[in-house]
Design a protein around this ligand. Structure first.
Ligand code: PPE
Length: 307
């Protein structure tokens, strides 16, 4: 992966290669971390972080669910994120804050372990391949399902959740697909391994509601808001697998994936088998906002120069 200069480690600056933890840290054994993925975009007014406050809020929500006390305030963390971009002198980057149970005692009970906080930034390009945004991706329905509600909480963006996502992604890639769509324990559509999903048929747009074992994506919320600005309403509900096959358009949303069209599911072409008109319009609007080419009417950008 591309290295940057410095990593913010519990409030100190550490050189990229020196940002290490003990092998007996709780997180290594029990997956006890919560994290965020945030993007910073290059604009004519310098680098701008997209929806910083919302991501920091979700990080604190995730920590709260797992009773992890973050030893910094949300404002301090937001400021440190901006500072990390500045120190590394990056224009556009991906930002990965991670909070984890560190080194202290081993055993399932995490409470005796310290809570460590790290912020790393680096340049991260296309998530689902070079042509994904334009041509769309080919996905499968995963043979793995999401874990049931009341097993592992999906409203928390926790490291351990991604064991399930890893199985989905490995299976999809080994079978020649770009990504997998996961069904929930009830057999209804949940999301991608690292993206939320939207479905369009006729004049209606649907996305699984938050109780379908989805991560409540910030890009998902962005898409719902931008579509509303275009006078298109998104209905949040249960979606059966086969509804995807007969859709006019299907797309993924995510910080890494941004707005990615899906051109085929289980080898069945979606609509005309290419990016559809609503997806194209939404992408255009999304990138105009992230790149500060249009008015930031929802107040989603934090300019590194001003913060
Ligand atoms: N669902 C999952 C399971 C998920 O991991 C993500 C983000 C989303 C939905 C979309 O959420 P949001 O980014 O707030 O719109 N996945 C992050 C991690 C990807 C990775 O490979 O790591 C991301 O996109 O940054």
């Amino acid at each position: 992966m591309p290295k940057s200069e410095k990593i913010w480690f519990n409030g100190e600056w550490v050189a990229w290669d020196e940002a290490k933890i003990h092998v007996l840290s709780h997180v290594v054994h029990y997956g006890s971390s919560v994290f965020e993925g945030i993007r910073c975009y290059e604009t004519k007014k310098g680098p701008a972080v997209f929806r910083l406050e919302d991501h920091v809020r979700r990080l604190f929500d995730s920590a709260k669910i797992y009773r992890m006390e973050i030893p910094f305030t949300p404002d301090e963390l937001s400021q440190s994120i901006v500072e990390t971009i500045r120190v590394n002198d990056l224009k556009a980057c991906y930002i990965r804050p991670v909070v984890y149970r560190g080194y202290g005692s081993l055993g399932v009970d995490p409470m005796p372990c310290p809570v460590d906080v790290v912020i790393a930034v680096w340049q991260w390009g296309d998530y689902l391949g070079e042509e994904a945004l334009e041509k769309g991706v080919s996905v499968c329905t995963s043979s793995w399902h999401r874990v049931a509600p009341n097993t592992i909480p999906f409203l928390a963006k926790a490291g351990g959740n991604y064991l399930n996502s890893q199985l989905v992604r490995i299976e999809a890639n080994m079978n020649g697909y770009d990504e997998g769509v996961v069904l929930g324990s009830d057999g209804l559509v949940s999301e991608g391994s690292g993206e939320n999903i939207f479905v369009i048929r006729n004049d209606s747009i649907y996305t699984p509601a938050s109780h379908y074992s989805i991560l409540p994506g910030i890009t998902r919320h962005t898409a719902i808001t931008l579509l509303r600005d275009l006078e298109m309403r998104v209905e949040q509900r249960g979606i059966p697998r086969e509804f995807l096959y007969i859709a006019d358009e299907v797309f993924f949303t995510g910080t890494a994936a941004e707005i990615t069209p899906i051109r085929a599911i289980d080898h069945i072409p979606i609509g005309e088998g290419k990016r559809g008109p609503v997806t194209a319009k939404l992408q255009e609007l999304f990138f105009q906002i992230t790149n500060a080419e249009t008015e930031d009417r929802h107040g989603w950008l934090t300019f590194v120069a001003d913060a």
